[in-house]
Design a protein around this ligand. Structure first.
Ligand code: NOJ
Length: 594
């Protein structure tokens, strides 16, 4: 039973769709909105409460759609507004909510406002919607200061007339000036536009960057990169106190609707500041990425859970739990690589990717086993669970995409001083049908050619159907926009749907059990199990308990250590691997009702 009413999001399972890689119905190699509609039955069966769509707006794809040209339209390559309305109707008909991504920190450099700013020249009102500043040096030939973009390189770009504009991300993503009343008014219009079309909520991109102070001190005195999450009000770029006025105004817009629209902030801020973004007067919920950052160590997961719960209690909201998204290497891969504690999260995975997956051994059996345990642990937690498309199939990162086929602007750039390969390896178009396997490509024995098959990614819809029926595989006109490896054949959704031991089957069972046993109670409390119940090495175990429907308690036990953990007495409702003689082996998780 999916939650409805104004609190539907508090313990929702939200499925993130990266639309260009989900399902293509017109054979151009790019996923589209009708492709999502065609899989609504699949999403319904998976049991998720809501869909979050990464940007589907007109874009030049300088940053995977996070460079928006028009905030109130659908990219014609992905469909039309009518297709979008059909998607909302199809989701709502099955009790699923729809969340869209809002990208307010920057526009595309092809957005009409930026084009107008370029055309009108220095000092014009159109320029004031962005952050243009004069350069340093005798002829202004040096950038206003030494700030670096999050994607590497200078955060300033010079235009033909010699002025510079700020871009915290790619140079095709100029930052907006949120002190400008038109900028504020236009985004409120966008929130109403989608809310009026029935959208239930918003994911707010880089929510902590909108308010900036470039004027209180001379820019050239601010040469060091301001640190995200510093928590300091002196930080000119990140997490400034004035940002909260913007979200209080947005809340007034959300509350014009019944039920009020929901929002979740992507805000990389100090833990004690998360509460402001998540407050009921502002966005309502904030992403907690600590779960996704944790290595495969019991203490890192315990801390991530404890901190997430504390932050949620602080804000009066609920926590969020994330293992993967479109910005990080897939977790089945991360857990299959050597586990090394490091100051920089995902360091081993990013290093392995940089060398096309050749530096360390990716132990896929290990990765899968741990990914199964991780998702059971995650789905037992109170709060919202965000699932990234393909993780339910147990997909691994595609490490060896040829460098000349990469799309991510991060590729080849340096991040925190290190070169990185970027995020395309988790954005490869999904495998739906095992039988539609492509032939090896002429350029590589390990990738499909896309012309002879695409694992059902690019396939026309069946001519007549109820909107949920899938098409018969047919040859796509164009290859998928990122190449699919031939090993995707082992992860196709149709094969996994027929296999009770697959990752997909586990996700389906666990999401259903969560709804029935945990979410149904409306209770978000959690208590840690005492060490005496956690076997011979309690430090190696994450064990907690939640109130379950029918008055019993659900104990969730995850064993990271080598020694088996005797399970508490009760009914084992789910286990990531079969317990042996009543004990849970290493890298496994079980739910016990007692
Ligand atoms: C965060 C998004 O998740 C990421 O994909 C994007 O590149 C940046 N924000 C910039 O919009």
């Amino acid at each position: 039973m999916r939650a409805q009413g104004s609190d539907w999001w508090k313990q929702a399972v939200v499925y993130q769709v990266y639309p260009r890689s989900f399902r293509d119905t017109d054979g151009d190699g790019l996923g589209d909105i009708r492709g999502i509609v065609s899989k609504i039955g699949y999403l319904d069966e998976l049991g998720v409460d809501a869909l979050w769509l990464s940007p589907f707006y007109p874009s030049n794809l300088a940053d995977g759609g996070y460079d928006v040209i028009d905030y109130r339209a659908v990219d014609p390559r992905l469909g039309t507004l009518a297709d979008f309305d059909d998607l909302v109707a199809a989701a709502h008909a099955r009790g699923m909510k729809v969340i869209v991504d809002i990208v307010p920190n920057h526009t595309s450099d092809h957005h009409p406002w930026f084009q107008e700013a370029l055309a009108q020249g220095p000092g014009s009102p159109a320029r004031d919607r962005y952050l243009f500043r004069p350069g340093r040096g005798e002829h202004g030939e040096l950038p206003p200061n030494g700030w670096r973009s999050v994607f590497g390189g200078s955060a300033w770009e010079r235009v033909d007339d010699g002025s510079w504009y700020l871009h915290l991300f790619a140079r095709e993503q100029p930052d907006l000036n949120w002190r400008h009343p038109e900028v504020r008014a236009d985004f409120e219009r966008t929130l109403r536009f989608w809310s009026d079309r029935g959208v239930d909520g918003f994911r707010v991109d880089v929510a902590h960057a909108l308010a900036k102070d470039l004027d209180s001190r001379p820019l050239d005195e601010l040469d060091q990169d301001p640190v995200q999450g510093s928590g300091s009000p002196d930080n000119p770029l990140w997490d400034r106190p004035e940002v909260h006025e913007i979200y209080r105004a947005w809340r007034r817009v959300f509350n014009e609707y019944e039920p009020p629209r929901f929002a979740v902030a992507e805000a990389w801020v100090a833990p004690e500041h998360q509460r402001y973004y998540a407050s009921p007067d502002e966005l309502g919920q904030v992403f907690n990425f600590q779960f996704a950052k944790a290595g495969w160590f019991a203490d890192e997961f315990r801390r991530a859970i404890a901190d997430g719960l504390a932050a949620a209690a602080d804000s009066g909201s609920t926590s969020t739990w994330v293992l993967s998204n479109h910005d990080v290497p897939r977790h089945a891969t991360r857990y299959g690589l050597p586990q090394v504690r490091s100051r920089v999260y995902h360091q081993i995975a990013n290093d392995w990717l940089l060398r096309d997956g050749s530096t360390y051994y990716e132990d896929r059996a290990h990765g899968t086993r741990r990914a199964r345990a991780a998702v059971l642990m995650e789905l037992a937690l109170p709060g919202s669970v965000y699932i990234y498309q393909g993780e339910e199939l147990g997909l691994f990162e595609v490490a060896d995409i040829p460098w000349d086929m990469l799309e991510d602007p991060q590729a080849r750039r340096t991040l925190h001083g290190d070169a990185i390969k970027g995020r395309d390896g988790c954005r490869v178009p999904l495998p739906w049908e095992a039988a539609d396997a492509p032939a090896p490509a002429a350029w590589s024995a390990s990738f499909g050619d896309g012309a002879t098959g695409s694992f059902g990614f690019s396939a026309p819809l069946a001519p007549a159907g109820d909107g949920s029926a899938d098409g018969v595989p047919a040859r796509a006109a164009a290859a998928p926009h990122l190449p699919q490896p031939l090993w995707f054949a082992g992860f196709a959704a149709d094969a996994e749907a027929a296999d009770p031991s697959s990752m997909l089957a586990l996700y389906r069972r666990a999401i259903a059990a969560r709804a029935e046993l945990l979410t149904a109670t409306g209770d978000t409390s959690l208590s840690w199990m005492p060490a005496s119940e956690l076997g011979p090495e309690p430090d190696q175990v994450v064990g907690f308990e939640r109130p379950a429907a029918d008055g019993r308690a659900l104990a969730c036990v995850a064993n990271f250590g080598a020694r088996p953990v005797p399970l508490p007495a009760g009914e084992v409702v789910l286990a990531s691997v079969d317990p042996v003689d009543g004990a849970l082996p290493q890298d496994a998780c079980a739910w016990v009702l007692r």
